[in-house]
Design a protein around this ligand. Sequence first.
Ligand SMILES: [Zn+2]
Length: 330
Amino acid sequence: MNHINNNADDPSFFQHTLKDSFTCVGRGLHTGLKIVMRVTPGEPDSGIVFVRRDVDSRRSEIQALWNNVSDTRLSTTITNSRGVRVSTIEHLMAALYASGIDNARILLDGPEVPIMDGSAAPFMSLIRQTGKSQQAAERRAIVIKQSISVSDGDKFAGFLPSPVPWMELEIDFDAKPIGKQKLTAPLHEVVFEKDLAEARTFGFREQVNTLHKLGLAQGGSLVNAILIENDEIVNQEGLRFEDEFVRHKMVDCIGDIALIGAHLMGQFSGVQTGHQMNNALIHKLMLHEYAWEYTTVREASKFWRQIMELPHTDDELANEIMSKLDLHIH
Ligand SMILES: [Zn+2]
């Protein structure tokens, strides 16, 4: 999705949904329950809506939006005004967002999205197999016009202006198999599918007992997570990427960004960030209206074209933009 173009019928200007429905069955990472999930097409402008089929239909819908986030311990949970919740939405949200699916209804017979293999890849391939359908409504965009950030000690998360949706993430863990890892990538469907989607959730043996006592990670196992014990990876199959950890964290960040409810036109930058900090960043962004503009992808694309054609713009910004475009093209 390159938004710097002049084609009036560019598909990236329009909302998309799924061509058809798909179903998957799996365990919930935290509840351990077996859950059937059916992902179905959604009406234009309806966004991503979770529907709990095991709950009274008058209160079963939960809109996947940042202001419905109620719990960020290990996974993202959203709750509606009637107190009905759905957990571990982030890998599915990331796959839908990266695939350019704006509208979908996700029917669940339990309180959690199935964890599958701990990565976004199963969702990505189901979305690919099902196909996308273009809708008449214009795709909504949030254009970042001024940088905004949150920080806590050595943790940081921020949004920066960028004509190309962009991700930058750094993690630093004491555990030897992880250490310091850094990744920079355009937020793009092909990059997501090839370089990010397969990266799995990870956890530490030392934390397993504590998590179980909190009622979390009941469904966690070596088939849906990388487990680290005494600085070693327990999983016999090893890693899918040498830096699988930062790749997975980037998937998580994309899942959190997807809750903004529009197409982010800007850069996300994170250091040691997680679901809680990412949600705090979106809250801060929404409060600082000077930092962003709610528009359409079509208009946002025009905005960036104008900025880039203007002579004597802020040198720093222009240089930053140009260097990113170079990276994007090559
Ligand atoms: Zn995750």
